[in-house]
Design a protein around this ligand. Sequence first.
Ligand SMILES: NC(=O)c1ccc[n+]([C@@H]2O[C@H](COP(=O)([O-])OP(=O)(O)OC[C@H]3O[C@@H](n4cnc5c(N)ncnc54)[C@H](O)[C@@H]3O)[C@@H](O)[C@H]2O)c1
Length: 385
Amino acid sequence: MINIAIIGAGDIAEVHADSFLMFPDICRIKAIADIYQDKAKDIICRKGLEHAKSYKTMEDVLQEEKIDLVSICLPPALHAEASAKALNAGCHVLVEKPMAASLEECDMMLKAAEKNKKLLSVVCQNRFKTPMKRIRQLIKDETAGKVKHVMINSLWWRGEHYHDLWWRGTWEKEGGGCFTSQTVHHIDLMIWMLGMPSAVTSVIKNVAHSNSEVEDVGVAILEYPDLLAHIVSSIVDHGEEQEMIFQTEKAKLNIPWNPKADYALPNGYRAEYTEYEARIDKLYKSIPALDLEGHPAHIRNMLMAILGKEELMTDGQEGRKTLEIITAIYKASVLRKRVVLPISDDDDFYKKEGVLSHMPKFHQKTTSVENFKKTEISLGRDVGR
Ligand SMILES: NC(=O)c1ccc[n+]([C@@H]2O[C@H](COP(=O)([O-])OP(=O)(O)OC[C@H]3O[C@@H](n4cnc5c(N)ncnc54)[C@H](O)[C@@H]3O)[C@@H](O)[C@H]2O)c1
């Protein structure tokens, strides 16, 4: 039986708890910790976690309980230290996105995992979605030829009060704005499909959130040797119509799925190639659907990897790659320069202090609340369709 501790009892902790509860034969939640201990108690009570005790801190949990896997659901600035502590205490770690507040912190976490021979995974629940699996396979197999142009509309909408929560809307505690907190999902998916780009250019702004230091809209251009990708990141877009478009040599492959294909007339103009669209649609639908998606699927893979029954599908190195691109986006935007990857460990932006010293505060954060009243959260409107 794998003993679980969930650290941080906020919004996403509920999703973790529900996911672990789906596998009662292989794991049980033994502890939930939160500085507001009542929040931990509340989850235990509402979800009927009969094996779990509430704690105030992770240190208390690790002292009192024998834990195998720690799920870190803390604000971003606390991910690195908590992960390293849990790994050094001999636990495996699943940490929420973004992996950490800097590349230096990511490397510290990776070293702790390696030293203690423990698994470290960063939540990327959208890799565990049927449309993503299908599109990735078509891209990897070059079924419709090579990818030439990628457009990602990572469009979200958040109201003014979103940043009132104490850790949001600050470079210090959230680590960034929409690129760090929302578009992190799409960047992770892009890396999973295409690998790392060679260079990044970008512009970021804050156009609608006056209680926030960080960006609420931005555009990044990513260069690969034979393709160009651009990402629009925003939390000012009504409807949250998110889309990933991969233009390949023979067809447009996209999420939400709606493939298109053209062929060239003798004069070079286009004609619709509906037979090919039907063929690619059939191939896409022939790739088996996943039996489980999202957080539960990621968590099941982590549990099975701990038991030695499956390979860990996504390790800490993957989370670091996403953070490297986000760091490059911030560096390019503030220096107004094209940033060539990788970012070395003597780069100003490798360390958190370097990032903090460079990034503009778009506004002064003036309102800060400790907790919101419990309401629903959204995890991406079209990411999984
Ligand atoms: N994967 C996703 O789709 C997804 C969605 C939402 C949030 N997240 C991520 O999950 C993390 C948490 O986000 P959230 O929305 O749940 O935030 P939240 O503020 O609702 O929850 C964080 C909790 O941590 C507690 N906490 C803070 N410091 C602590 C400490 N030192 N020890 C113990 N508890 C402490 C807070 O009291 C709070 O209850 C963030 O990194 C966020 O980006 C991921």
